[in-house]
Design a protein around this ligand. Structure first.
Ligand code: ANZ
Ligand code: ZN
Length: 812
């Protein structure tokens, strides 16, 4: 009998990776697939030297699910690409002193090589990189459509400015007053910016995007914590707007409040430092103080906002319509310019922040009880009306950086002067004609951010000088690039249509493959990316470009990988690169090890010592097959026991993978392997030529095992399937095994307990338990009838016949 070869993971893994790719078993027929299953994972942004183990944790977990579904007969489409534009890649380029264009080539090679090595079932015929002009042509096309549909606009806005990254940041990219990427304190700066109407956009039926984004959360199967994060970010707040007459003028200031019933206790009004009213209401005597305060407020970072209250009096008063009292108007930075109307009524008796402020500046506190009836009164008297406010802001799209998709807009000074342009509300502005897309990002030698608030593209007259689409005179291209989040807000639509040169996404293909069946990624993207992708998809739906509102039917957030108890980060110097582990132990070991660390949504703690154990374990599985031709199971009772265990394991692994409980699925497979290993006859050859001496249950177990292993250890599984069992390539296209519920019904079994071969008692146990020596020993020793016979005696040996008998042999 021929012995199998030693398992060499390096040879085996590269062999199958090549075979899989050559035979295109992971490239479904996009046009014709009968049971499409779109298995998406968040594509990486290549920032550092390559993928780290944390990235692979995400990809492997998603792949396991895809492989499982493929074995259930689905046409699984699992694409991958690079979110390669943007500040991450650009900052890395600056750090290593290379041009982003040159670096992108290297990074692509490096990342794709690593992504091959982990053994995922990616469709390598459908990759995309967001910096590829074939891709960003369509990103720009989306921008143009947003502009033409009134959903993109430009305004001067006070924005978060990171002086180190030299760029604008969205509110969500500011963590406790500091830049999310480099931790530098964020300043505020007034710049002209492009926005998408995420918060203020109206849908064709007149409803609003935030409402729809909120309501739709009920309809999608997403991790609960992610839904909560989305809900909070949208932050729908029901309340009222109330108008306050300025004393001695006919103007009125509007405030937003969730407590109109406390109007009777409002003793002051506060404006945000950026409020349009500040200049209007500041009296000459207060001018200097107010100007000074506003300057300070701009330099101070957001972190300071939560500290002690600061503020300055404008010198003006408004009239509280309910109390008819004159109340002072202050300026303070605890009022946010971008929320509500950037102005509040101060009700110290019922609001803590207002109380603190009133105490500090000696403002009157009226301890009036809230009055439910006020609300009606406010509407009747015309003081105000119901108003729903959102925390969600319009999406700030422009970035004053180089490495991004140029915003495809043109500005003409002379058209502006004549109030001409493509849109009435934006004189001077034209979108680049769709036939002229893409506006290619030019090569600029010194691409580093200037810190001047304009993009490096503004240095390149060859780029920005352009004829006006309206009047033909010399005009200027927009030199800002778009936010990377725009690139990733639609990439899932492109993958299935990647070979389509005429449209961004083919309508028929899109209907077939989308919405995405399963999306897996990090919880850190719970807000930004997922919200932007949902918003864009809803917009596309409204334009008739898709037939679904929600892009991801199911989203699952995986947990975080840590290393020896610590967060994995560059500053800690504990970044783990997967390559060395793959080289030493193989991708199968790394995959299985990572997934064994804990429930997939909880993450796990990576330890070098653990991976050794997993490696030995997988080798053990191979050894089983290496030996199985000489070493067989022949005993009838062993055969029965194997059948039960096999079917129990199929059930467990199936259910666990469905629930992404990979760790317990792996544990079950380990148990099965251990049992098979245990039951093998090791006393030489007993096989007849036709192999009829051993039981068919043993054969079945040996065939099921690689199938259960396939999602986790795809190379090993394939090697066993094809090389050891001689089955047809590929195990990954084989049908997932089914279990027979009859076999795993828990029967009651009687175990005979002997001490020194004399009957001393009986145990009635479930079939499963009756097979387990350790449990049986324990239960027997605890049993009151039996324990007397064992007390004070030394045990020499235990004889165990699974499901039948246990005999304690005593010393002396
Ligand atoms: C009077 C009042 C009395 C308030 C009271 C609250 C409690 P949410 O729920 O987050 O929407 N507010 C309004 N605009 C603001 C702004 N631009 N910056 C800072 N605070 C602002 O909060 C709404 C409440 O936050 C509003 O209701 C307003 O204070 C304040 F006992 O008005 B309230
Ligand atoms: Zn013009």
């Amino acid at each position: 009998m021929q012995r199998l070869k030693q398992y060499n993971h390096l040879n085996v893994e590269s062999k199958w990776q090549k075979k899989w790719e050559d035979s295109k078993i992971y490239s479904p027929n996009i046009k014709r697939a009968a049971r499409p299953f779109y298995n998406l994972m968040m594509f990486p942004y290549p920032s550092a030297e390559g993928l780290h183990v944390g990235n692979t944790y995400a990809f492997i977990g998603a792949d396991i699910f895809g492989r499982f579904m493929r074995m259930h007969g689905y046409d699984v489409f699992e694409p991958i690409g690079l979110d390669g534009f943007g500040i991450h890649s650009e900052n890395y380029a600056i750090k290593v002193g290379e041009h982003p264009i040159a670096l992108a080539k290297k990074t692509k090679e490096r990342f794709y090589k690593q992504l091959h090595l982990i053994g995922n079932s990616f469709d390598w015929t459908a990759t995309l990189e967001t910096y590829d002009p074939d891709y960003y042509k369509w990103t720009q096309w989306i921008f143009v459509k947003m502009f033409k549909n009134g959903l993109a606009y430009r305004k001067k806005a006070s924005v978060n400015w990171c002086p180190s990254c030299k760029t604008v940041l969205a509110d969500e990219q500011v963590i406790a007053g500091a830049c999310e990427r480099c931790s530098t304190e964020v300043e505020s700066k007034a710049l002209d910016q492009w926005f998408f109407r995420l918060a203020t956009g109206k849908r064709p039926d007149g409803t609003s995007y935030p409402d729809a984004l909120l309501d739709n959360l009920e309809k999608i199967d997403w991790s609960q914590k992610v839904k909560i994060a989305q809900r909070n970010w949208i932050g729908r707040s029901e309340g009222a707007k109330i108008k306050f007459k300025v004393k001695g003028q006919k103007e009125e200031i509007e405030v937003f409040t969730t407590r109109p019933d406390t109007l009777n206790g409002a003793t002051f009004l506060v404006l945000s430092p950026d409020s349009y009213w500040v200049e209007k209401l500041t009296i000459p005597d207060q001018k200097e103080k107010v100007t000074e305060y506003i300057k300070e407020a701009h330099i101070q970072s957001k972190a300071e906002h939560s500290k002690a209250k600061t503020g300055v009096f404008t010198g003006s008063y408004v009239i509280n319509p309910e109390t008819e009292k004159d109340i002072p108007v202050w300026v303070a930075d605890y009022v946010v310019s971008s929320y509500g109307f950037g102005a509040i009524m101060g009700v110290p008796a019922h609001d803590e922040r207002d109380m603190e402020f009133a105490n500090k500046f000696d403002i009157e506190v009226l301890k009036e009880k809230p009055d439910e009836g006020l609300w009606k009164k406010i509407e009747e008297r015309g003081w105000g009306e119901k108003f729903t406010n959102y925390h969600l802001r319009d999406w700030l799209i422009s970035r004053q950086r180089y490495w991004g998709s140029p915003i495809p807009m043109i500005y003409c000074e002379s058209c502006h002067a004549e109030s001409k342009g493509e849109r009435e509300d934006m004189p001077g502005w034209y979108a680049v004609s769709e036939t002229e897309l893409p506006v290619e990002l030019p090569y600029i030698e010194d691409y580093r951010p200037r810190g001047t608030g304009v993009s490096p593209l503004a240095q390149d007259s060859g780029f920005y000088k352009v004829g006006c689409p309206g009047c033909g005179k010399e005009a200027k291209r927009e030199t800002d690039v778009s936010d990377t989040f725009l690139d990733s807000a639609w990439y899932f639509l492109r993958y299935p249509s990647i070979s389509d040169k005429k449209t961004a996404w083919d309508p028929e293909i899109t209907k077939k493959w989308l919405p995405v069946t399963s999306y897996i990624g990090g919880a850190e993207h719970a807000v930004l990316h997922l919200m932007y992708a949902r918003f864009m998809t809803m917009v596309f739906y409204d334009w008739g470009l898709t037939n679904f509102e929600e892009p991801f039917s199911r989203f699952y957030a995986h947990g975080l990988l840590i290393k020896e108890g610590a967060k994995i980060s560059k500053s800690k110097g504990n970044i783990i690169v997967p390559d060395q582990y793959i080289e030493k132990y193989g991708a199968d070991t790394l995959r299985t090890y990572l997934m064994f660390l804990g429930p997939y949504d909880a993450g796990g703690d990576f330890r070098d010592t653990g991976i050794e154990g997993m490696h030995r374990f997988l080798k053990r599985a191979w050894t089983l097959y290496e030996k199985h031709k000489q070493n067989l199971v022949t005993k009838k009772e062993d055969c029965n026991q194997i059948t039960i265990k096999v079917h129990q394991t199929i059930k467990k692994v199936t259910e666990d993978i469905q629930n992404l409980r990979y760790n317990t699925a792996i544990a079950a497979i380990m148990e099965l392997i251990n049992l098979l290993y245990d039951r093998v006859e090791t006393k030489g050859t007993q096989v007849s030529d036709n192999g009829s001496d051993y039981c068919k249950e043993w054969e079945e177990a040996l065939k099921v095992l690689p199938q259960l292993l396939a999602p986790f250890a795809p190379h090993l599984a394939e090697e066993i399937w094809v090389e050891a069992l001689g089955e047809k390539f590929s195990v990954h296209l084989s049908a997932w095994p089914e279990y027979n519920p009859e076999f795993i019904k828990d029967k009651e079994v009687t175990i005979i307990v002997q001490v020194d071969a004399r009957l001393r008692g009986e145990l009635k146990l479930s079939e499963a338990l009756s097979q387990d020596q350790h449990s049986v020993e324990e239960l027997a020793q605890k049993n009151s009838k039996i324990s007397g016979w064992l007390k004070g005696k030394k045990l020499k040996n235990t004889v165990f016949v699974p499901g039948k008998l246990i005999n304690f042999v005593l010393q002396g």
